[in-house]
Write a protein that binds this ligand. Structure first.
Ligand SMILES: *Cc1c(COP(=O)(O)O)cnc(C)c1O
Length: 384
């Protein structure tokens, strides 16, 4: 193989391209896992039990326990998890929900879908996350809820935020869609607020083979309400308590997620180790690694986001060196056409706007190799 690769410039080039560091790798990169998951698909197909039932109930039990929460309700996506959590908590038209503008757009869309209004706010310069201080300045008499987003896999400083919200009678729905297994003061993300929302989009730390999501909560009544909201308001068979929708987690996805949940702690450990190695490699250069994790918080490195004043040049350099990269997110939510009617123009939320211009996400995933980390480090070093 290596002989063939060095036998001519065209094949050498093909070899180099094959060695490109991908942005992420999914289950097809692990033949043993792939075989096990195909076995699961076979089992569910043989049983022909595709909606709700034993697989979904089993996953909900196991995921609730893994999140150290009383209940988990499987739904069709992370966006549905957020929307149903808000609706289940009684949030709707006339209500304001505080959302950090530095997030995936779904966080705001869920608020809109629930009929409420997103109140978009800026984020902390160092962590790129919401803080209690930012929320305190933004709260109005119409604010019913705050959605702290544990973006990139880093936990929001939840203690002061929960204190503030409790004092003001404001609900807290955590967006933990990028933070499965991250812990704040020892407690899993998603288990700290009134409800915690997860996405199982394929690239997330816990990914399905399609779309899926879950809400976790310690509130039994909310969990019961969510089970109605995700499936036609159907309590007893053919008895519909409210007009609702089809927003269930598929049994096939639940069965796949059960297998992958069993390996998630190990996968997160590998992400943490890769994050530490990348951070080490960046020390002393002009490209700024993610801020160090505070004593109370945690980071499960869904994404490894660096900053550079020369971000676009950095991206071109990485591209040329065969290191895949991305931006999360190139446009803050308040500058998206979808939210133009909020009237927040350029310059209104300056920290997030700066992050959008200076951030670059490097490859990180559980099966990243030491050689790949070295290639990323070398590419960054030759940019400095
Ligand atoms: C992925 C994601 C969502 C939405 O999840 P979907 O499953 O894609 O609907 C919401 N918030 C954040 C921060 C996300 O990363």
């Amino acid at each position: 193989m290596s002989g063939a690769m060095s036998s001519g410039s065209a094949t050498a080039l093909a070899g180099e391209q094959a060695a490109r560091v991908p942005f992420t790798r999914l289950d097809n990169a692990d033949p043993a896992l792939l075989a096990e998951l195909l076995g699961v698909v076979e089992r569910v197909s043989q049983d022909a039990a595709f909606t709700l039932g034993a697989e979904v109930e089993g996953f909900e039990r196991e995921f609730a326990s893994w999140c150290e929460a009383g209940h988990a309700v499987g739904v069709s996506s992370g966006t549905a998890a957020l929307e149903l959590a808000l609706r289940g908590l009684g949030i709707g038209p006339g209500d304001e929900v505080i959302v950090p503008t530095n997030s995936f757009i779904a966080t705001a869309e869920a608020v809109s879908a629930a009929g409420a209004t997103p109140l978009l706010v800026d984020v902390d310069e160092e962590t790129a996350l919401l803080t209690a201080e930012i929320v305190e300045q933004a709260i109005t008499p119409r604010t019913r809820c705050v959605i702290p987003v544990h973006l990139y896999g880093r936990t929001v400083e939840m203690g002061p935020l929960l204190d503030l919200c409790r004092e003001r009678g404001v609900l807290v729905v955590e967006d933990a869609c990028q933070a499965h297994g991250a812990r704040y003061r020892g407690r899993p993300a998603g288990s700290l607020g009134d409800a915690g929302c997860f996405s199982f989009y394929p690239t997330k730390n816990l990914g399905a083979w399609g779309d899926g999501g879950a809400v976790v909560t310690n509130d039994r009544d909310l969990a019961a309400e969510l089970r109605l909201l995700r499936s036609h308001g159907e309590g007893a068979r053919h008895h519909h308590e409210m007009p609702a929708r089809t927003d269930r987690l598929d049994a096939l996805q639940a069965a796949i997620l059960r297998v992958k949940l069993g390996r998630l702690d190990e996968a997160n450990e590998r992400r943490r180790a890769a994050g530490a190695a990348l951070r080490e490699a960046l020390t002393g250069g002009t490209v700024t690694p993610p801020a160090a994790v505070s004593g109370t918080g945690d980071h499960v490195y869904h994404l490894f986001v660096v900053r550079s004043p020369e971000r676009n040049a950095l991206r071109e350099h990485l591209e040329a060196a065969g290191v895949s990269n991305a931006i999360h997110y190139p446009t803050p939510i308040h500058l998206q056409p979808a939210y133009a009617d909020l009237g927040l123009g350029v310059g209104s939320l300056p920290v997030a706007e700066r992050l959008a211009v200076e951030s670059c996400s490097l490859p990180i995933f559980p099966v990243i190799s030491a050689a790949e980390i070295e290639r990323i480090a070398a590419a960054i070093a030759s940019f400095d």
